[in-house]
Write a protein that binds this ligand. Structure first.
Ligand code: CUA
Length: 339
């Protein structure tokens, strides 16, 4: 049967999509196959070797199936006829020896060679620790020894071994920045640790990878890997208390924030707002996204988010507030000034 042009177009699109999935998108890639650290490179190599092995085994199985089908009307084995000794030998080799050898190789390479490389650095061997706390459905990020607290973004210096400590405030989550390392589960009541390292500056997407409720898919974050001086600058700014509102509208927003339910759930360091249910907003304007990468952080989206958070992320913990237009604009003016 001849393929129509439309079918060929479909096949080409499918092939292109497959390639895109396999190689990761050009920018903003969240991909195991674009590793930027030693552990991630080992994981990617393991992935390619497993793919190659699986392809060989799959093609071999399909070829044998094809042979059996082509010779289905003959008695005995397709190639060896009625020789029972050879038949038994094939079962032993393909059914027992090769699977055992494959499992031993996978166990050795995966658990003995690759896994130790991905482990958390030994206590005291790193100069920087980052704590992440999983919440339904956002990530709290702390830098012990400083006042810096942020949400849904981690900044680390390039070519520096960082100890990442994961905890949960509610249910089981899983922290996974596939370009940097394997995933770790983030479990209530315990701390899990992993090495966070990148030898290439850039922005890498990370994602909660354990189903944790209706907005699990909208629980992402960015890891920003920066030159050391740039990182130090960022940490210094992130450790400062909030800047004072500039202008009367922003000042009105500050008062509204303090008097409304906002301050019960969010902290703005340097003000009376000290809630801990929602993200720390001390430097919210410096962040790239809102609601754990669900929407961009600009005045229009921020206004939309405050007016109706359930529209963008149904089921999330933030209630909508009954605000008139001028109140909403004042709140946005205040928050967008918190650089
Ligand atoms: Cu948190 Cu899925």
């Amino acid at each position: 049967m001849r393929r129509t042009r439309r079918q060929c177009g479909g096949v080409a699109t499918l092939a292109a999509l497959t390639l895109l999935v396999l190689t990761g998108c050009e920018n903003d890639q969240q991909s195991v196959l674009d590793p930027v650290s030693h552990p991630a490179r080992d994981i990617a190599s393991l992935w390619w070797w497993m793919l190659a092995g699986a392809v060989v085994i799959f093609l071999g199985a399909v070829a044998l199936l094809g042979l059996a089908w082509a010779r289905r009307k003959r008695s005995g084995l397709p190639v060896f006829g009625d020789n029972e000794g050879i038949a038994r030998g094939l079962v032993v080799v393909f059914g027992i020896l090769i699977p055992i050898a494959t499992l031993i190789a996978l166990y050795t390479i995966g658990n003995i060679l690759v896994l130790p490389v991905t482990q958390a650095p030994a206590a005291g061997s790193t100069s920087l620790t980052v704590q992440v706390v999983g919440h339904q459905w956002w990530w709290e990020v702390r830098y012990p020894g400083t006042n810096a607290v942020t949400a849904n973004e981690i900044h680390i210096p390039v070519s520096t071994r960082v100890l990442l400590v994961g905890r949960s405030a509610d249910v089981i989550h899983s922290f996974w920045a596939p370009n940097l390392n394997r995933k770790i589960d983030v479990i209530p009541g315990r701390e899990n640790q992993i090495l966070l390292y990148s030898d290439r500056p850039g922005r890498y997407r990370a994602q909660c990878s354990e189903f944790c409720g209706v907005q699990h898919a909208h629980m992402s974050l960015y890891v920003y890997v920066e030159p050391k001086a740039e990182f130090e600058d960022w940490l210094d700014r992130a450790s400062q208390p909030a800047s004072a509102p500039a202008g009367t509208e922003a000042e009105q927003g500050r008062k509204l924030f303090a008097s409304m339910p906002c301050a019960g759930c969010h902290t703005i360091r340097g003000t009376s707002a000290a809630g801990s249910l929602g993200p720390d907003l001390t430097h919210v304007a410096s962040r790239e996204t809102l609601a754990a990468l669900t929407i961009p952080n600009d005045p229009d989206y921020l206004a939309g988010w405050i007016a109706d958070p359930q529209h963008y992320k149904p089921g999330n913990r933030m209630p909508g507030l009954d605000l008139d237009d001028s109140e909403l604009q004042a709140l946005v003016a205040y928050l967008e000034g918190l650089e």
